[in-house]
Ligand binder design. Structure first.
Ligand code: GAL
Length: 404
């Protein structure tokens, strides 16, 4: 705008003063100047599309709003792959499957299509109309396989199945082969449950009402872990994390969404070792997203209010095995108590930039799920703890220029 105005001003002054008619060389230089200014102006006008616009529609390379909700990102062979839930106009159920988009700059995304399709077989766990949420993909260098985990709810059973689905592929963009679903860690006790808690005779049926102080204490002492010990632990909102030593972990909302579990995966990432812990027992966390900075682990989660946003939570630990400590809400400023009207899904370490992390969240739209938008914000640090601040618009230079 300013640049265009300047061009206009120069042109009128020059024309009126007869400057152009007097010297051909000046006229030529003037023309070059105008072309440069126009080019610069066009660049300045197009720059918004080069950054992130939290909460706004995000067109892919074909101009269609990205359909990859509750997603996560795998950086592989110099490319970011964003996996997410395909959402439809009217339904949040899985009518299509898990989608994938590819990008080298995190802003411009190419639709790679559906990498794990729902099935038409009514006997399949992933029959059309089931729930497939929060997919995450990791790469296993020793097997050369890409491994996809997602939250699975069986068709027609609401959210009661609480299972994890596992699929695998030789190619990052799939197609992925569905392997199985399960409830993790059947017959394995968590490392951080005492002998007294494991052997307690208190059962859920002892409580006629939930949410009393006694009930809360019993939950914290492993009421639901004992109930699900033989059949496997409930597994809903989830993420995957691969540590620097190549060990992978599945982190999921369990125990009726009252406690997060962190479970170590086998070396091929296709199953569980049986080593696991409970995190923030009875703390009612879901939507876990994790990252590591300078050897310290941080997790951002949400409370449990369905599609409605609530205040984010922050936990940290010196080791992945804990102890995990709760901190105040990492969000600051307007709408901080609603996580800027969004819910965490993943924290992305930006490739080749030390300590540069992007908080990824979903602004759900249950009335028209396909229109849900994405809230990506840079993670800033204050006194050693992550903080999140709303930005209408930002780009990756923000993470380079800031020295945390
Ligand atoms: C949220 C959860 C979403 C989805 C939704 C269904 O709490 O984070 O992934 O499961 O509930 O109501």
């Amino acid at each position: 705008m300013v640049v265009s105005f300047l061009s206009f001003l120069i042109m009128s002054v020059s024309t009126r003063s007869g400057f152009l008619r007097q010297t051909p060389l000046s006229a030529f230089l003037f023309l070059i100047l105008c072309i440069c200014l126009t080019g610069f102006s066009a660049l300045a006008q197009s720059s918004p599309s080069s950054g992130f616009h939290p909460g706004k529609p995000w067109p892919d390379q074909e101009g269609v709003h990205i359909n990859a909700h509750g997603g996560g990102i795998l950086y592989h062979s110099n490319t970011y792959y964003w996996f997410g839930e395909h959402k439809s106009e009217r339904s949040s159920a899985a009518l299509v499957g898990i989608t994938c988009y590819a990008s080298t700059d995190l802003v411009h995304w190419k639709n790679e299509g559906v990498v794990l399709s729902v099935s038409d077989d009514p006997q399949s766990d992933i029959v059309r109309g089931c729930v497939m949420e929060r997919p995450k993909v990791v790469y296993n260098p020793s097997t050369g396989k890409f491994v996809l985990y997602f939250h699975l709810e069986l068709k027609g059973q609401g959210y009661s199945a609480a299972r994890v689905g596992i699929a695998v592929s030789d190619r990052v963009t799939g197609p992925y082969t569905y392997l199985r679903s399960l409830r993790p860690n059947a017959n394995h006790w968590p490392l951080n449950m005492t002998e007294a808690q494991r052997t307690s005779a208190i059962v859920p049926g002892d409580f006629s009402r939930w949410w009393t102080d006694e009930w809360r204490q019993a939950v914290s002492d492993g009421l639901f872990v004992r109930r699900d010990h033989a059949g496997g632990q409930m597994s809903r909102d989830m993420t995957l994390y691969v540590d620097d030593d190549g060990k992978a972990y599945h982190i999921y909302a369990s125990e009726e969404n009252l406690t997060l579990h962190l479970a170590e995966l086998t070396d091929d990432y296709l199953g569980y070792t049986g080593k696991w812990i409970r995190i923030d027992p009875g703390g009612h966390n879901e939507a876990p997203a994790i990252f590591k900075k300078e050897g310290k682990y941080f997790m951002i989660t949400s409370g449990c209010t369905g599609w409605d946003p609530n205040a984010a939570r922050l936990l940290s630990a010196p080791s992945i095995w804990g102890p995990w400590t709760r901190h105040p809400n990492p969000c600051t400023g307007p709408d901080a108590d609603l996580t800027f009207r969004s819910q965490s899904t993943f924290i992305l370490p930006v490739a080749d930039r030390k300590d540069a992390f992007i908080f990824m969240a979903d602004r759900w739209n249950p009335r028209k799920p396909i229109d849900a938008t994405y809230v990506w914000l840079p993670i800033q640090f204050h006194q050693g703890l992550p903080i999140l601040e709303w930005m209408d618009q930002w780009d990756l230079s923000f993470l380079v220029l800031r020295d945390f």
